[in-house]
Design a protein around this ligand. Sequence first.
Ligand code: C5P
Length: 234
Amino acid sequence: MPKDVIIALDFSTANETLAFLNSFSDFHPFVKVGMEIFYAEGPAIVKELKDRGHKVFLDLKLHDIPNTVRKAMRVLAGLGVDITNVHAAGTVQMMRAALEGLTEGSTNGQRPQLIAVTQLTSTSEETLHNELLIPQPMEQVVAQYAKNAAAAGIDGVVCSPLEVPDVKKACGNGFITVTPGVRFADSSTDDQSRIATPVRARELGSDYIVVGRPITQAANPLEAYKRCLSEFVN
Ligand code: C5P
């Protein structure tokens, strides 16, 4: 399975996003379009990024009743993104509906890959137990949500690098793991809780790391991206 670094484009305007990417010269990194930029600029930003040769992970984390998610996914399939996602908490039935919607909406016979968020990497074990009232340990919850995603027939999950071994054990090596919560050994953790370095993410078997602020807020984003590539891919 190809390993890659996905840059989280957590910007609020297209101008800011494209200016950031212009500093990458000949590189066309795999990028993640999240809620902020998508709600600000709409499908046009996705089209612009695809036209510029980027692979796009559209990270809108759908979570609603199955019928609504199915219909929304039909629309998103038309944007030609490479990966998109839902919350596994929406249930197996909702994940199946999402997959059906994506398949129905894909006109070129190739649907985007669909992955499910298990537990957000900002959620700590303490919050899981005391606020969400889920008593099981985090690894067990993540592994169960991953099994639910596999049962729904989708392609993989979003989880912390720390949970990759459990997910691969539960769902097989071909089940994709996309892992945010990545920080260099010498960078700030921000609001992330379950974190690992790019090197550790590689050792743990992650397929894609999603890196936002350690690259977007770096003094030299291209150098930070290259550092991620060299720690994670090579
Ligand atoms: O800046 P940072 O590296 O923390 O960015 C991580 C990105 O990954 C953010 O865009 C965030 O929305 C996303 N994400 C996450 N945890 C998940 C799913 C997505 O941090 N479980």
